[in-house]
Design a binder for this molecule. Structure first.
Ligand code: AMP
Length: 374
């Protein structure tokens, strides 16, 4: 079995990884870390939950600590771009955790909060900058930061960034980077537009793929329940009342749907919160913190809001609505069964959602077992 020391990581990083309790590298780490350490570009197909953050963070930390040049004011040595504030925060946190014995600096910039504190962080120059695209463009426009000293670029959840319409900002940012750099790109899916972007940004990349959902999906016990749309809320309430249920993520297709579910559950005394794009940054952070601490056991989310959220010990995922994009199903159920734990995913399927279920089963190459209402 491969160990982290076999991958060629230095003592400072091995120490941090050990204190995180990681025994062995995950498949994406095992495949991506050696070529990334060798300076190669990497194109990784992996979703959240596979350990992809460490797969790019560890080689970057090692590279930057090997040549200790202090970054000049307003410059950045490694730039990580992520689609959402939540994901960006988690990535910055991971860099701080894994890099705690390296002395490298990490800055985080995202929208929805005032700029001055971010400016102050950027002013002195930083080793690692984690940013969402829009706010980074703002800071570039204000000349708070320059990208001409970037040695490594990471695009995380790149397909998600395209879905969110960030293609233009990403191209603008890429145009400001030195051609001579290392690029690491991670995406869960590879639609044509994504492939075109990757081709333009990467040079002779090493391809790393954690087969579509294989590692996470297999550890999730999946069920589907056929119910009339009108009976879904009662069915959900029944499922939430089952014994042995810990943190539960409920997915709805729309923001409005999420609010309606929360309102209904509230009326029955189920403590829950919604997280979606119409919520303020403060509300989202509070909902997430409560879910993490366990004071809210049920979090109701839309796909966009939930992607990239890194909360361990989600025991159940309930699809209140089935997603019309089959890959979203894989992302959703990948929120449970993280890092080797098992998990349960139950989907409520209304009559009009049967075609979505068929698409999902086609993608999974398997039938989802049917659960009959008690
Ligand atoms: P990620 O896919 O980067 O969001 O990581 C998913 C989760 O796996 C995070 O909670 C990490 O802390 C955890 N993790 C990452 N690498 C390992 C590893 N080698 N062993 C155990 N847990 C890990």
């Amino acid at each position: 079995m491969t160990s982290f020391s076999d991958l060629g990581l230095n003592a400072a990083l091995l120490k941090a990884v050990t204190s995180e309790g990681y025994d062995t590298p995950t498949p994406v780490q095992e495949q991506a870390i050696p070529p990334a350490l060798a300076g190669r570009d990497v194109q990784g197909i992996a979703q959240t939950g596979t350990g992809k953050t460490a797969a790019f963070a560890l080689p970057i930390l090692q590279r930057l600590s090997a040549s200790r040049t202090r970054p000049a004011p307003k410059t950045v040595r490694a730039l990580v771009i992520a689609p959402t504030r939540e994901l960006a925060s988690q990535i910055a946190e991971s860099f701080r955790t894994y890099g705690r014995h390296t002395g490298l600096s990490v800055a985080l910039v995202f929208g929805g909060v005032p700029k001055p504190r971010q400016n102050r962080q950027l002013a002195g120059g930083v080793d690692i900058l984690v940013a969402t695209p829009g706010r980074l463009i703002d800071h570039l426009g204000d000349r708070n930061v320059r990208l001409d000293a970037v040695e490594v670029l990471v695009l995380d959840e790149a397909d998600h960034m395209l879905d969110m319409g960030f293609i233009v900002p990403i191209r603008r940012i890429a145009a400001l980077l030195p051609a001579q750099r290392q690029t690491l790109l991670f995406t869960a899916t590879m639609p044509a537009e994504m492939a075109a972007l990757a081709k333009g940004l990467l040079r002779d990349p090493v391809l790393v793929a954690v087969v579509s959902g294989a590692t996470t999906v297999e550890q999730v016990t999946q069920h589907v329940m056929f119910v009339d749309s009108a009976a879904k809320r009662a069915a959900l309430r029944g499922l939430l009342g089952s014994a042995g249920q810990g943190r539960t993520l409920v997915f709805t297709r729309t923001k409005h749907g999420a609010d309606r579910v929360v309102k209904y559950l509230d009326e029955y005394g189920v403590h829950c919160a919604a997280i979606h794009g119409n919520k303020s940054q403060g509300q989202r952070e509070r909902a997430l913190a409560d879910f993490r601490s366990g004071s809210t056991r049920v979090l109701v989310a839309t796909d966009i809001a939930a992607r990239g959220i890194d909360v361990d010990d989600v025991t159940h995922v309930i699809n209140f609505d089935l997603p019309n994009i089959p890959e979203s199903y894989v992302h959703r159920i990948g929120r449970t069964a993280r890092a080797g734990h098992s998990g349960v995913a139950i989907s409520l399927c209304g009559p009009e959602e049967r075609p979505f279920l068929r698409d999902i089963e086609k993608l999974l190459h398997a039938k989802v077992p049917v659960l009959r209402a008690a």
